[in-house]
Design a protein around this ligand. Structure first.
Ligand code: ATP
Ligand SMILES: O=C(O)[C@@H](O)C(=O)CO
Length: 404
């Protein structure tokens, strides 16, 4: 293994696994830290954690364990994969986890760049933009778990880290790899501007030999070339049969996808989930009785989410809903479900854990940042909340049925 990734959620893990696979690396996504060694022919390994909103000590311990396992597999460079919208709170977990990994790897200077231009995320003057909006006005200010109310990443990271935070501005990045490498001499976490894939490729060239980087999947665009691999699209063997869509994401793009998806649907109500009113076996039977893959969703507008959080506390409603999806997924797998689209990183984490999966094989892209994946004979797509076009659900379920 050359490249190792510690990913703070499951959709984020498949997002960066796709970038690495498309660049020609043989890559596998592991669910949690594996007990055994990886296939020695792998070029890259992505360990998917559910650490983005986990209690801090747990997030640090899991990330350090993942990093140590990757190093033991031979990884020469580690990426801490975080959300392209830098999802975190002043309590963590990005800064503190990054400090712990930098300590472990003995790295003084770490590039931090969540830019993902293909999905509209750019970093300019140290600020994160989603399309033409500052992060804090992009809808992310209403996120149920990690509301992002400040777009200045230098400030956001400084609040979470014991190390100095400095900035590599676009004027330096645009001069190319040599100028970036020179700026990397500073002893600090380095929020690095990037507004295009070309910027990210120069950052990747400059980071040849760096032991640690932190970013969204865009940070991986320029890294595989340092390991002499050639790009080739991942392959797909068609998977047909019963399908379903789970949506626990309340992000803007997902809410539009939910509204657009024309199929039988069941809306999960937070209050009923908290009081344990849903009968999993009954819902599973209903899903399998449908001829069009049905939608089970808790996705709701910010006011509805806020009301549930005020009533039960922030974590309680989220956890009850995640538990429901985590129980429903294996109930459906037992009944023969073959295709499952899941919207939302935390939700995907709950589902994949509920299914008891250990590793995912990465297929071709369903959308920017979202690969088709297979595990246990099932086709899955784990979609980040704000990724995918309006008809992502129907298009992805159809794509799973076609060879590629
Ligand atoms: N109606 C609701 N009320 C309260 N919380 C909800 C509701 N629906 C979903 N949630 C919770 O909100 C969280 C949404 O996070 P999730 O990571 O799944 O989506 P996302 O943040 O949009 O996706 P990503 O992290 O990939 O960008 C989950 O913990 C989910 O259980
Ligand atoms: O970087 C992103 O936006 C995604 O891969 C993700 O991590 C969302 O959960």
């Amino acid at each position: 293994m050359k490249l190792g990734v510690v990913a703070d959620d499951f959709t984020g893990a498949s997002d960066i696994a796709l970038t690495l696979a498309e660049a020609g690396m043989t890559v596998a996504q592991f669910i949690g830290v594996p007990q055994d060694d990886a296939d020695p022919t792998l070029g890259a390994g992505v360990v998917a954690l559910k650490s983005r909103t986990a209690p801090l000590e747990q997030a640090i311990a899991q990330s350090v364990a993942a990093c140590k396992w990757l190093l033991a597999q031979g990884a020469e460079q580690i990426i801490l994969k975080v959300c392209s919208t830098f999802d975190s709170t002043p309590d963590g977990n990005i800064g503190q986890v990054l400090d712990a990994l930098a300590d472990l790897l003995g790295e003084n200077s770490v590039i931090v760049c969540p830019a993902f231009p293909e999905n509209g995320r750019s970093v300019y003057q140290g600020h994160l933009f989603v399309n033409d909006r500052l992060l804090s006005e992009s809808g992310m200010q209403d996120h149920p778990l990690t509301p992002m109310v400040d777009a200045d990443l230098r400030r956001v990271l400084a609040a979470q880290s014991n190390r100095d935070v400095a900035h590599i501005p676009a004027v330096v990045v645009q001069k190319g790899a040599a100028a970036i490498a020179q700026a990397m001499g500073a002893t600090a976490h380095l929020i690095t501007d990037a507004i295009s894939d070309a910027d990210l490729i120069e950052i990747g060239r400059a980071a040849k030999g760096a032991k640690l980087l932190c970013g969204g999947s865009g940070i991986a665009l320029g890294l595989p070339a340092n390991f002499n691999v050639t790009a080739q699209p991942p392959k797909w063997v068609a998977i047909t049969g019963h399908g379903a869509v789970f949506s626990g994401s309340c992000s803007r793009a997902t809410r539009e996808q939910v509204a657009r998806y024309d199929a039988p649907s069941l809306q999960i109500d937070a209050a009923r989930a908290v009081s344990g009113e849903y009968n999993i076996a009954q819902i599973a039977d209903w899903v399998m009785a449908q001829t069009t893959p049905p939608l089970i969703y808790s996705s709701a507008d910010p006011e509805v989410v806020r009301e549930a959080q005020t009533q039960y506390g922030q974590g309680v409603a989220a956890e009850a809903i995640e538990k429901l999806f985590a129980a429903l997924a294996p109930a459906l797998a037992e009944r023969g479900l073959r295709r499952l689209v899941v919207a939302g990183g935390e939700t995907s984490g709950a589902v994949v854990t509920g299914l008891g999966l250990r590793a995912l094989t990465i297929g071709p892209r369903a959308a920017a940042g979202v690969p088709l994946v297979t595990a246990g004979g099932m086709a899955l797509a784990l979609k980040s909340g704000n990724f995918g076009g309006p008809d992502f659900f129907a298009e992805t379920l159809a794509m799973m049925e076609r060879e590629a």
